[in-house]
Design a protein around this ligand. Structure first.
Ligand code: 4AD
Ligand code: MG
Length: 495
């Protein structure tokens, strides 16, 4: 039998069995050895008729049915097998009598490894809201929904490393603590060892950061890009994959204060190469999940259909989850310029009827309602918008010949909006310096970044993929907080 989640070698399976400790449920489902005596360990997902336990150990989406042999299992043990209790069960694998599974375990020995306090148990078998589950970290991850999400999250992380490794990129670890603001947007968390209110004051009346731990003001990184560029102009092709932090007060279903970003940076690439890489990369990640996580995706697909059953047709997704994923990998992304996007928006129905909340004119930052119209209504597929006005983009982006736009590109996805932001970098030092001056960025602060342009600079480009936004798209979850194990958002740093 096929199972999606864990592919074991024969050697692994043997080792697993010979250790005499436990056999993983994924191993049993994949290749059920009827007649074998095994021990399984896991958490009780359901217990019916005092006899049938649905046991899950996280190794696979599916549960294993454990049938309790009433004759041999003491009653006091059977009584303690509660919802979500942790148990070990030993017995023989037999062909299942029931529908829905090929094999079941006829247990003659059951041990309670972790009791569950049924009187205080806050969760019934009935559905709980996502908000409620966010407060119950230990239960949350054991639900079908979240275990599927976090198995897929793992799979995508693995696929990211595989994609780049197979293509000769080097994984570069850029710093988490830094003295610079890569995006120049000032949305940083300060890192300091000073006591609040007791920081030393310099002669000019401001905080004397020279006396702080690093001898200067530091913050958590918002992006590894600037350091990544140094890597690219030495190793040729690099990528970063790490946590990034933004103190933007955006309480939306698309923003986190702590999120993970993947940032490839490639020497000699221009903006067109950059877009090709972005499209190929995200399609690869989606394909990887379709291939390796069919059970989890199938479940998440059903879940959405269940949720949308009672919704008005206009509010439902146009396609099922798996259908959407297939559609995205099988079709070319639409590519347009920002200027075209503005023209399309201004001739759109919602614009003419005054349905957009925000004004549409050349120079605006596209709002989510605009991005979604382009992707969901106009093109009905992912869209890459490029050549944005310089004034709404970061200082490091390469100036186009029109002197008005920069070689920037955003990849927009249905239901999500921006998943990738990238650009060709300004390699011409004079132009870079004048952009920094316009944006009030001190040259002194980024002298090391300017040095890269002074000593063997080269054209280069890269982008940043928001890891959680990608997972949000692949899993079809509705809120970015539900695709990261421990979400950090304004007012929220529990666990
Ligand atoms: O567009 P951004 O700000 O681009 C950069 O940081 C560049 N330095 C990337 C590069 O060129 N190397 O962020 C990149 C992506 C966004 O497209 C979005 O998917 C995600 O990061 N992102 C967030 N995800 C969750 N919560 C937030 N607060 C996010 N801010 C950005
Ligand atoms: Mg962006």
């Amino acid at each position: 039998m096929e199972t999606s989640s864990v592919l074991k070698t024969t050697e692994d399976i043997q080792k697993n069995n010979n250790m005499g400790r436990r056999t993983e449920i994924a191993t049993i489902i994949k290749d059920p050895k009827i007649g074998d005596r095994v021990t399984v360990k896991g958490w009780v997902r359901a217990f019916r008729n005092n006899r049938f336990v649905a046991l899950n150990d996280g190794s696979a989406f599916k549960t294993l049915q454990v049938v309790i042999d009433e004759e041999v299992i003491p009653e006091d043990i059977a009584k303690r097998i509660g919802f979500h209790a942790c148990i070990a069960a030993t017995g023989q694998l037999v062909e299942s009598q029931g529908a829905g599974q090929a094999v079941e375990l006829l247990a003659d020995k059951v041990e309670i490894l972790g009791e569950t306090d049924l009187s205080q148990y806050p969760m019934q078998a009935k559905k709980q809201t996502m908000e409620f589950l966010r407060e119950k970290a230990h239960f949350r991850m054991r639900t079908n929904t979240f275990s599927a999400v976090f198995r897929i999250r793992h799979g995508v992380a693995f696929a990211i490393n595989k994609y780049f490794n197979d293509r000769g990129y080097y994984y570069l670890h850029t710093p988490i603590i830094t003295g610079s603001d890569a995006e120049g947007a000032g949305e940083m968390f300060r890192v300091t060892t000073f006591d609040p209110g007791k920081a030393p004051i310099a002669e000019d009346g401001t905080t004397d950061w020279k006396q702080d731990f690093f001898g200067k003001a530091t913050n958590l990184t918002v992006s590894g890009q600037l350091q990544g560029e140094i890597g690219a102009l030495a190793l040729g092709k690099i990528y970063t994959f790490g946590p990034t932090f933004r103190a933007e007060n955006s309480n939306t279903s698309r923003h986190l204060a702590e999120f993970w970003m993947i940032e490839p940076e490639v020497a000699f690439y221009d903006i067109y190469d950059d877009m090709d890489l972005a499209e190929d990369f995200v399609k690869y990640l989606i394909n990887y999940c379709l291939e390796h996580y069919p059970d989890d995706l199938e479940f998440l697909d059903q879940r959405i259909q269940e949720l949308e059953k009672n919704m008005k047709k206009e509010l439902r997704r146009p396609m099922g989850l798996i259908e959407t994923l297939r559609f995205v990998v099988e079709n070319d992304f639409e590519r347009i310029t920002y200027t075209d996007a503005i023209n399309l928006l201004r001739s759109s129905k919602p614009y003419k009827k005054g349905k957009f909340e925000y004004e549409v004119e050349w120079g605006i930052d596209l709002q989510s309602e605009h991005e979604r119209w382009l992707v969901e209504k106009k093109f009905k597929k992912p869209v890459i918008v490029r050549d944005y006005p310089k004034d709404i983009k970061a200082f490091y982006m390469r100036m186009n010949d029109d002197n008005k736009t920069v070689a920037a590109m955003d990849v927009l996805f249905p239901g999500i909006g921006e998943v990738i932001g990238g650009s060709q970098r300004e390699e011409r030092i004079d132009l870079l310096k004048s952009r920094m001056a316009e944006m009030h960025i001190e040259e002194e602060e980024l002298s090391w970044y300017l040095d890269l342009r002074k000593f063997g600079g080269a054209p280069h480009a890269g982008f940043g993929l928001g890891f959680e936004r990608m997972i949000l798209f692949i899993t079809g979850m509705g809120n970015i907080r539900d695709v990261i194990p421990f979400p950090r958002t304004p007012g929220n740093a529990e666990f």
